[in-house]
Design a protein around this ligand. Structure first.
Ligand code: GDP
Ligand code: IMO
Ligand code: MG
Length: 426
């Protein structure tokens, strides 16, 4: 048995979707366990590009069953649009290859209004994806307001929950044209369409574990956006770290064999919040252009920075990383020098741990090691022999600092642009 968690080790958009699709070639089950349609996971197959927000990135492989676990928050409008979009591109989606937890919570249209309302009243500019993620997880925790997928199948109870929400969210509802009748009609139709996919995914996952299926657990967002361990409050509203696999799918830690952290060769971040290794504007723009760093969900420009090994070591500890996939190395192909942050200087002292205080983080000055660039294209590389010595030295430097192996690297967006350096994880 070898079940692998594939999760973001930075601030999201590390190429989790691509890595999941690559590993899914040999997987039986691919399961999402947290987040919602704030995620945008890109998979490129030749001239076809797929951006998945809710459906796990195994869906393009015919050998997989894809599971949306209880820890995910689901916008049914997005989900149904995603299913339709995949079918238009010739990808079959059915109750055979997509299972949706009856315990997952629903993102309702009023959650977006609540989010807008809360943003207007706050001086903290998180720069969310405006998908209603925070209000939906708040309602889940609050318990009175949360609505689960399973409620759609007991429509009387669903209507009562709608009434409760419409009565208690009056301030936010004033700002948008949501009516009870429209909601009920729309969700009645959604319920009919979604019913075949609704599954007791806890039982499904345990059957998969018991029969030694190969399982991938696909994370969304990234460690530094985790509600507990990220740069709070500039984070998302779920745990994006390895522990969430257990709570977001209902399996025990023994069901996990490996934790693969996905990290770019540099760092990007969308939205607000401190980010110690952020590049100066001219370099930031250069890397954004080469790496095409624009959000897959909101199309916002991503802020770019040098690889931050202090943050990555922190991510390694929190997730118990057993391996790292280093992606987008090709973006550095033309650079003469590459900087890597190995420590922070705070009030004259050297720090190698990631602080919890944003005030401290804002005052941290990154200390860089400068490594030579390889100045040749990596995009055609397909095996370890194709990787220049200078690139291998860069990879080794990162791996040695973290004391975590880097057995796989990505050298371009396409599924084929992947190089295995060491022992295969399966
Ligand atoms: P995810 O959210 O972690 O799945 O990542 P995104 O899809 O949001 O962002 C990754 C972006 O980089 C996408 O546009 C991918 O097509 C692209 N990409 C993935 N791997 C590589 C790579 O190795 N090199 C380059 N140049 N682009 C890549
Ligand atoms: P994937 O899975 C990058 C960021 C938002 C914002 C913060 C909170 O594609 O890596 P939210 O809407 O979640 O309340 O926004 O989190 N964010 C992401 N950044 N990749 C993502 O997902 C993200 N999902 C949320 O930009 O800063
Ligand atoms: Mg993304």
């Amino acid at each position: 048995m070898s079940n692998i968690v594939i999760l973001g080790a930075q601030w999201g958009d590390e190429s989790k979707g691509k890595l999941t699709d690559v590993f899914a070639e040999h997987a039986d089950v691919v399961a999402r366990y947290q987040g919602g349609d704030n995620a945008g996971h890109t998979i490129v197959l030749g001239d076809k590009t797929f951006i998945l927000h809710l459906i796990p990135s195994g869906i393009l492989r015919q050998n997989t069953v894809n599971v949306i676990g209880n820890g995910v928050v689901i916008n049914l409008e997005t989900l149904l649009r995603e299913i339709d979009g995949l079918e238009e591109k010739g990808v079959d989606v059915s109750s055979e290859n997509l299972k949706i937890s009856d315990r997952a919570h629903l993102i309702m249209p009023y959650h977006k209004l609540v989010e807008q309302w809360e943003q207007m009243g706050s001086s903290t500019k998180i720069g969310t994806t405006s998908r209603g993620i925070g209000p939906t997880y708040s309602d889940k925790m609050n318990r009175y307001a949360g609505i689960r997928v399973g409620d759609l199948l007991e429509f009387d109870a669903f209507q009562k929950k709608i009434d409760y929400n419409l009565e208690t969210k009056t301030d936010a509802l004033q700002t948008g044209g949501i009516t009870r009748n429209d909601l009920i009609d729309t969700y009645y139709q959604y319920a009919e369409r979604i019913a075949p996919y609704v599954t007791d995914t806890v039982a499904f996952m345990h059957e998969a574990l018991a029969t030694e299926k190969r399982i991938l657990f696909e994370g969304a967002q990234g460690t530094m956006l985790d509600i507990d361990f990220g740069t709070y409050p500039y984070v998302t509203s779920s745990n994006c770290t390895a522990g969430a696999v257990c709570t977001g799918l209902g399996i025990g830690p023994k069901g996990i064999d490996q934790v693969l952290g996905v990290s770019k060769a540099y760092v990007t971040r969308v939205g607000g919040g401190p980010f110690p290794t952020e590049m100066p504007p001219d370099l930031d723009e250069e890397i954004r252009n080469i790496g095409k760093e624009y959000g897959a969900t909101t199309q916002r420009p991503r802020r770019c920075g040098w690889l931050d090994l202090v943050a990555l070591k922190y991510a390694s500890h929190i997730n118990g990383l057993t391996a790292i996939a280093l992606t987008k190395l090709d973006v550095f192909d033309t650079l003469t020098d590459i900087q890597v942050c190995t420590a922070y200087r705070y009030k004259g002292k050297i720090m190698t741990t990631f602080p919890s205080s944003l005030k401290v983080l804002e005052e941290c000055e990154p200390i860089y090691e400068t490594l030579p660039g390889w100045q040749e294209p990596l995009t055609e590389a397909r095996s370890a022999q194709d990787i220049p010595k200078t690139t291998q030295d860069y990879i080794k430097y990162v791996s040695d600092y973290l004391n975590v192996p880097i057995p796989i690297i990505s050298v371009g967006p396409d599924r084929e642009q992947i190089v295995t350096l060491g022992r295969s994880l399966w």
